[in-house]
Write a protein that binds this ligand. Structure first.
Ligand code: SF4
Length: 122
């Protein structure tokens, strides 16, 4: 598989493929990386891709009708739809500050959904 590493502006073009090590265990072989972070990135993309999810929630009692939000850490790519679905079902209440937890452990990921914008009370 081919990937572009997104961990820094250098944007290394990575090639990752399954290989077997000397113990006969399956492993991911990565090339094209300028630093070790690229190996971790490509290996994760091959085995369990993770993403930060951004979305918006409705706000009750605020000067704004919506607040932007994101997961406080990356979540498995396969859980993105569940994260967005749960976020759609939740309403936040003003006032809100950046970093306020809007949903704890969203979609059972162990990651909180947090506000990325301040919303004053109306
Ligand atoms: S492999 Fe290292 S240098 Fe290359 S883009 Fe990723 S983080 Fe940057």
């Amino acid at each position: 598989m081919e990937y572009t590493c997104i961990l820094c502006p250098r944007g290394c073009h990575l090639t990752a493929e399954w290989a077997t090590d000397e113990k006969g265990e399956k492993t991911v072989k990565v090339s094209g990386n300028f630093c070790p972070r690229g190996i971790k990135y490509a290996t994760e993309e091959m085995t369990m891709p993770m993403r930060t999810v951004t979305t918006s929630l409705y706000v009750d009692g605020g000067e704004e009708k919506m607040v932007s939000a994101k997961t406080a850490d990356t979540v498995p790519k396969e859980k993105i739809a569940m994260v967005l679905s749960q976020a759609r079902s939740v309403r936040a209440t003003a006032p809100l500050a950046v970093g306020d937890v809007l949903v704890e452990n969203i979609a059972g990921t162990g990651v909180n959904l947090v506000a990325t914008r301040k919303v004053r009370k109306a």
